[in-house]
Design a protein around this ligand. Structure first.
Ligand code: GDP
Ligand code: GDP
Length: 438
């Protein structure tokens, strides 16, 4: 079951970033060597009681005139409606109820999405409560007073948010068809790829049932097997602001990746791999999905016998945090290697949910340890007692050691490489948890 998505929408300066950061707190899960995501927190994982959800901040740049504020808010709301399960509509008791708030509230109400109306900067309930009642006029339910900066009222607000999460969907959970997310920057050819696959296999493009989100899923049959492709191209932005388009493509990627078994990261060969590609790839990496890098528009570049090599080198360099990713050079236009893409999807999904036997695993680790001594510090040497696989999607291993401090990142990487040499695991991240056993 994929995690629910919660979006925050609101005027500039009402406290969206503050609330976001308070909720994300230390629980924000960011892999240190994933680029981009730490700098601008567009999304974060949040845990509240037994609930886990992904929070997205739809707000972007600071607009300066009233007209722009409203049109920006409409854009935000549109993104939230398209991607979120629950929307937090954030207002500010000190700015009071504004005309743009009412307009956006109308839009949210019409969407039918669950909306939690939150009034921020209620730093003292005694002093500000009378002003909170004014927000009933928005007609989107009870206002929840909070103070994001003093962390007041957050519990009640979150209770209301999780109450609105979609019911556990049995059909979706039992759907065994591979889910493939096509992610990437705008204009790399995501829609072209899905269209080509759908057209070649003459299968119906269907609006999905069973999800509360607006994603368009495409069922595609290949070799008698059905796959569900999750399109992230979605809403075409008329908006020309580059930062907004990028933010939006990241939000789409986050919500699609959440539901996927495998992610195809589409890169434009004519442009080469960029930092923006790395940001998007980082999302799939962090969430431990199967990964295929599809270098598209391969038809459009001049090639010699070194071209593939040069592209591969560059990708490995920019996407150095995912050396395990599969790379395929394709053309959505001509259809080149699209059949190979399906073989790769199958392989990567299989590897992402592969389990290895504990006996063999420990043999491999013992052999690796014998070949390269574990690190030591101040006369104390790392001892590895036992290794076991505890989960799949991604394959997750617990290594029991005498002293966690002695386990260097580079030695974990070394063990990972030995495990990969033996078992394959191509196209999937592996996760390692180091535990002390006294
Ligand atoms: P955004 O533009 O909606 O993301 O708003 P920010 O999170 O950047 O906050 C705008 C301003 O409001 C900042 O100066 C914050 O410190 C302040 N702010 C945020 N939350 C609160 C709050 O609960 N009480 C008060 N008094 N100020 C707050
Ligand atoms: P999206 O924004 O990622 O969905 O990208 P589109 O599918 O809309 O494609 C963007 C542009 O790239 C369009 O003009 C496509 O015709 C073009 N394009 C897509 N795939 C290919 C390809 O394989 N080869 C070439 N030459 N052009 C492509």
């Amino acid at each position: 079951m994929s995690k629910p998505v919660v979006a925050i929408v609101g005027r500039p300066n009402v406290g969206k970033s503050t609330l976001f950061n308070v909720l994300a707190g230390e629980r924000i899960s960011i892999v240190k060597d994933t680029p981009g995501v730490t700098r601008d927190r567009i999304y974060a994982d949040v845990t509240w009681l037994d609930y886990h959800f992904t929070m997205i901040d739809t707000g972007g740049i600071e607009p300066d005139s009233k007209d722009i504020i409203l049109s920006q808010m409409r854009e935000q709301a549109e993104i939230a409606i398209a991607t979120a399960d629950v929307i937090i509509f954030l207002t500010d008791v000190r700015q009071g109820l504004q005309d743009s708030d009412s307009k956006v509230a109308d839009m949210l109400r019409r969407s039918g999405k669950p909306v939690v109306l939150v009034v921020n900067k209620v730093d003292s309930f005694e002093k500000f409560m009378p002003d909170v009642y004014e927000f009933y006029n928005l007609g989107i339910g009870d206002p929840y007073p909070i103070s994001a900066s003093s962390m007041l009222g957050l519990g009640d607000m979150l209770d209301e948010v999780v109450k609105n999460f979609p019911e556990y969907n049995k059909d979706e959970a039992e759907d065994e068809r591979p889910k493939v997310a096509i992610i990437g920057k705008p204009n790399v050819g995501k829609s072209s790829l899905i269209n080509k696959l759908a057209q070649e296999d003459r299968v119906i493009v269907s609006d999905i049932a069973g999800t509360t989100r607006d994603a368009i899923d495409t069922d595609i049959r290949y070799n008698g097997k059905e796959y569900v492709f999750i399109d992230t191209a979605g809403l075409r932005r008329k908006n020309k602001i580059k930062e907004e388009i990028e933010r939006y493509s990241i939000i789409r990627a986050v919500t699609a990746v959440e539901r996927a078994d495998v992610c195809i990261i589409v890169i434009d060969a004519t442009e080469g791999v960029t930092e923006q590609d790395a940001k998007i790839a980082g999302i799939a990496h962090e969430r431990g999905k199967g990964i295929i890098i599809a270098v598209n528009k391969w038809d459009a570049i001049e090639k010699d016998d070194k071209t593939i090599y040069r592209h591969t080198e560059k990708i490995r360099q920019i996407l150095s945090f995912m050396p395990y990713a599969e790379i395929l050079f394709i053309s959505a236009k001509s259809g080149q290697r699209l059949n190979k893409l399906f073989d790769m999807i199958d392989l990567v999904i299989e590897n992402n949910s592969m389990r290895v036997a504990t006996g063999v695993l420990n043999e491999i680790v013992a052999e690796a340890v014998a070949m390269q001594q574990p690190p030591s510090d101040k006369g104390k040497r790392l001892k590895i007692y036992y290794t076991t696989q505890v989960a799949v999607k991604p394959p997750t291993f617990v290594i029991f050691v005498n002293d966690k401090e002695l386990m260097h990142f580079s030695y974990t990487r070394y063990l990972e490489n030995r495990i990969r040499d033996t078992f394959g695991f191509r196209g999937t991240a592996l996760k390692f948890i180091i535990r002390e056993r006294k």
